[in-house]
Design a protein around this ligand. Sequence first.
Ligand code: NAD
Length: 492
Amino acid sequence: MANREKQDEIPASTGIRNYINGQYINPIQDNWLDNYCPATGEVYGKIPNSSKADVENAHLAAKSAFPSWSQTTFEERSRILIKISELLEDNLQRLAEAESKDNGKPVSLAKEVDIPRAASNFRFFGNAITQFASESHESVGQDAINFTLRQPIGVVGCISPWNLPLYLFTWKIAPAIAAGNCVVAKPSEVTPMTAYLLGEICTAAGLPKGVLNIVHGLGTTTGQAIIEHPGIKAISFTGGTATGAQIAKVAAPLFKKLSLELGGKNPNIIFADCDYDDMLTTTVRSSFSNQGQICLCGSRIFVEASIYDKFKTDFVAKVKALKVGHPSEASTNIGALVSKQHFKKVMDYIEIAKAEHGKILCGGNKVVVKGYENGYYLEPTVIEVVSNDCRINQEEIFGPVVTIMPFESEVEVLEMANKVKYGLSATLWTNDLKRTMRMANQLQVGIVWINTWMMRDLRTPFGGVKASGIGREGGFEALRFFTEAKNVCIKY
Ligand code: NAD
């Protein structure tokens, strides 16, 4: 209860404004969107729906900051990024409460994962930029040496989704500014609050004005204006696959560099020889963490036939024990889905599952949380399916809904795992090393976890194949994306 009272103390977000040239300003046109709290279903503030003119202002601020920022020493850039990281940590409680109120996720999750990770993003890239070396090649026999300059691109655009708001927003911004670029960034219109608060933190950390500019608004207005702007030379986007395709269509004729981190429908493959208890605990987490609204969630669970019945009983018992509740309650495992529209989409998929003869083993219903009757709460749902080809096994639901089905052989499960348009991640549970290597090689995804899930090392490449995206973020991959390589050949 104490936690909830604290959450309600967060000031109404009527103050959300764009952060341009180091200042909070209103949108040029008096155009505002409602901001909802998913836990209560109520509007608790307004955010700008920024126009092309606002994006142009943000671009002009970034453009004029670029000559100086791109020439700032890497030590100084590193110092400022690490300072931002420290200030994020100092504001952990306030940011976690704001994230939870905007998104519906448990405050405890935002405190343990989202905000610490946002701080890590700045600390990591603040350090990484000091180690980002260029290459040189001596052309022996030709009396020449080649070296590669890694130059910042200029003004770049960063667009992020609502599921891990500050975590993913900063995952793009931190490497972009570390590499010497200036940024026009847009968070999801569904979860704008922590991006808004980031502005004042950057100012307090001494980030020069214009290096980071944050514009709020709808994807189809503000987002589209960023993509179309000829002066914004590269776009790092995380979001849905259909949006990614639309962005690629607009950006391609403008020859923009693109990084697209898109949707997923990830297999979680369980062999009988795994460490059963570890697998069971982690599978509950990989299915329902953040209300199942993580692109990496293992939403298709395939279980070796010999342990299928046991798994089904044990898994369903654990899922039934999860507590759906208000995000600020310490005992809550599953908070609210992010929006009314998204709630409806997930419920529609449960109806599709029934029509496809999926068997609902648990869940499938709206939860009414006392005192918050209009919040978007849903029971964690497990559906047994008979075919990998059904819609709920092929389409991204992005909610607390997983499917389970048995398999007989490695060949069969590999074929089912790969038979989907997405290719983001896969999880494999086995203690057989040879099988591990065979399957890791053949799974058509960008990330494979063996006997674990979502264990992240920020030095490693991150991204998907097929409809899950193009390009890799993370570590030096991100710094490479946010720089142009220019080769210089000197004959001596
Ligand atoms: P979305 O595609 O609807 O929106 C993402 C962002 O793009 C938002 O800021 C939105 O305003 C903006 N946008 C929408 N239309 C645009 C347009 N035409 N031009 C420019 N910008 C536009 O996605 P969402 O619903 O916010 O997020 C959920 C999706 O994100 C899921 O598919 C999920 O799998 C994916 N996701 C992927 C990753 C990853 O790393 N691969 C991580 C998190 C989420």
